[in-house]
Design a binder for this molecule. Sequence first.
Ligand SMILES: Nc1ncnc2c1ncn2[C@@H]1O[C@H](COP(=O)(O)OP(=O)(O)OP(=O)(O)O)[C@@H](O)[C@H]1O
Ligand SMILES: [Mg+2]
Length: 216
Amino acid sequence: MRHIMVLNPKGGCGKSTLATNLAAYYASKGKKVALADYDEQQSSLDWLERRPAKRAEIKGLAGYRDGLKGLSRTTDVVILDAPARAHGKELTNLLHHAETILIPVLPSQIDMQATEKFIHELRATPTIKNNKAKIALVANRVREGTLIFDDLDAFLDKLPVPYIATLREAQNYVRAYTRGVGIHELPEYLSWPDREEWGPLIDWLNTRASRPRAAA
Ligand SMILES: Nc1ncnc2c1ncn2[C@@H]1O[C@H](COP(=O)(O)OP(=O)(O)OP(=O)(O)O)[C@@H](O)[C@H]1O
Ligand SMILES: [Mg+2]
């Protein structure tokens, strides 16, 4: 079973957006998917409630309350949506469930600085020090050609963690979230630019580099 956590203590950077789109992507590919929402805000579970019955099924878990209780052993992929402001002991506990950690980062000076501090905190945890989970960065809500995107790009390139994908700011994410689907389930003529940007992210998740050695 694959465990993919979307994590960044900075609020509003796109954790639930990434988590719901990943869950929908794997489900649409025929995988048995669970989506564990560790945030009391329950954005991922709210999205799941709106999921049309005709779409591939995703099992919702109230991770914030019950952890992974109720997770079927036959699940292929479990996506974990982490809450904002997870630090210290809460972070350590969350990391026990992680195998691959995706960190979305917004093109904003405040977000970049907060993320830099978080990467240091994360790399000092036993989970990462002992190579029990792999981390990668995803630039989110970018607008090509803006100075702040150039800054974010250069900043992410310098961090000691792979920088694997760049997702543009797009109404498709808002549309998909409202409809309980992922961008891969929106009509292709609308979502193809976003699907293309997800390519490198999915490719990286398919590589051995995205999994700790023992799990590979
Ligand atoms: N690539 C994108 N394009 C357009 N809107 C986006 C994109 N990514 C996220 N958003 C929007 O930004 C807002 C915050 O995103 P989201 O809820 O996924 O962040 P979060 O990190 O889960 O927030 P929180 O820390 O509160 O849990 C939402 O309104 C979402 O629709
Ligand atoms: Mg969220």
